[in-house]
Write a protein that binds this ligand. Sequence first.
Ligand code: FE2
Length: 140
Amino acid sequence: MIIKWRDDYSCYDPIIDAQHSKMIDMINEMNEIAKLVEDGVDSYDRIVEIFNGLKDYAVYHFGHEEKMFEEHGYDSFNTKIQILEHKSFFHKVSAINLYELDESQQEAVNGILDFLSKWLDHHILHIDKKFGEFLRDKNE
Ligand SMILES: [Fe+2]
């Protein structure tokens, strides 16, 4: 399922929003590949490439967010929750076995997509949104 940007994804910061939007694009790209897999096209290399690209981008994005928490004096409790959430993302993506992907591409790619899309939705709407509201209130 293609994820579409929704207004309520906004975290009231143009850079964070642009980064989330790029992650949505990457997940959607993976979705396009999943359709090829369904048609029987071997897409192992493309899946690994997008998956690794998304992991690298997440490192950059989390780093950016963590720098912002510090710069804007976000409270330590919420900062801790955010950092735990970032760590948990890496824990989960590291547990994804890419050998399995080679065995059964369709099942594996659907599992990855399901995880990534649910994760991003939660990350934006329940975790970053809170920081966004903090930024918005601070700027008022
Ligand atoms: Fe984020």
